[in-house]
Design a binder for this molecule. Sequence first.
Ligand SMILES: Cc1cc2nc3c(=O)[nH]c(=O)nc-3n(C[C@H](O)[C@H](O)[C@H](O)COP(=O)(O)OP(=O)(O)OC[C@H]3O[C@@H](n4cnc5c(N)ncnc54)[C@H](O)[C@@H]3O)c2cc1C
Length: 379
Amino acid sequence: MRFVPTRAAGLSRLAEFLPAAGRAYREGRNFDLSAGTRSVTAQISPWLRHRLLSEWEVLEAVLSHHPADAAMSFIQEVFWRGYFKGWLEQHPTVWASYRHGLAQHQSDLSADYADAIHARTGIACFDHWCNELRDTGYLHNHARMWFASIWIFTLRLPWELGAAFFLDNLSDGDPASNTLSWRWVAGLHTSGKPYLATAENIARFTGGRFFPQGQLNEAAAPLTERVAHDRTPLRPRSVVAGQGMLRLVTEEDCLHGLPGCKDHAGMLGIVSPQASGFAQAAVRATCDALGGDTHVGHGWGRAIAQAAHRAGTRDVVTAHVPTGFVADGLHQARATLRAQGITLHQVLRPYDALVWPHADRGFFKLKKQIPALLAALPG
Ligand SMILES: Cc1cc2nc3c(=O)[nH]c(=O)nc-3n(C[C@H](O)[C@H](O)[C@H](O)COP(=O)(O)OP(=O)(O)OC[C@H]3O[C@@H](n4cnc5c(N)ncnc54)[C@H](O)[C@@H]3O)c2cc1C
């Protein structure tokens, strides 16, 4: 596995990257020169995605090496993760309609789709990224943009199938960043403004490795949709005094500590059927360290109820589970838990409470708050 699913490995990669987080990142981040040359980007997304590393510790580490201005390009990227999470949290119908659209398209898969996911399109760069994604569980951000754009506008395949292909293969597969980035490329997130990959841009930022001249649809119209996704306000959270509860760890958050919660009566890890190998191993590593079992697959209600029973409690506490597969799974488990008199408490981390309220519109609104957010980072 290219990314080792432990916190120690994430910290080590972060330490290795830190000297490059200023000017080198700002000037080099868009280049995907992966044929033998390591990209300048951090490549820490699998650890951040599953919160083996937290956004706030990464930001603090960067600020201890560089003045904020010098590292602002990198800092903004880290805030994109919180932006997408907070935005999806406030527009959960986008996730529901993605899952609905995906199910419909999966019932009628075309030969073109099979060619795309098996790297047989004849577009050399696209086929290369397809193999790279399958082999490594990772793609450079620019390659993700080009890939999604070619998928949607040149191959004319449904964006939901492409987003699912990414989630199936990425070590950092994330319902918020992935769904909303695909929608952004399609011209659905920033309505009417699609991202169109061009041969010139690919040639420039791959250092001439690829030049798909004449192969791409470089003048396509954005996708449109009929449904409007209204904003759902964030729910205020009460503080949980989590003593003596069963602690639940999910692939959404593998950090050991949980604010306000100490002395757990027991510990259980659950992993969704959609989780990557990295995610599964991350939850297992956390549970091993904290002394608990891990449940993989379906039947969460029963698994949680049994673990709570063994721990002698009816209160289960977990870090807030954002919109995505895990939240869907816990929603399904609700009836079983309620029947057993079990209450699931979710603790919103201070960083999310700080960032998400600014993520209800475009990124620019959050971007303006970055200096204030940096000054208020939770310790
Ligand atoms: C179509 C598409 C699908 C994507 N799917 C995912 C996904 O499933 N999971 C995922 O984590 N990221 C996704 N991204 C965002 C981004 O490509 C990756 O987070 C980034 O490439 C990770 O590499 P890095 O750690 O070297 O990033 P760096 O450039 O070093 O950035 C540092 C950190 O900032 C965050 N970040 C950087 N760029 C973005 C971005 N555009 N959006 C959100 N956060 C960002 C990540 O946490 C990243 O680790 C997607 C982007 C696109 C265009």
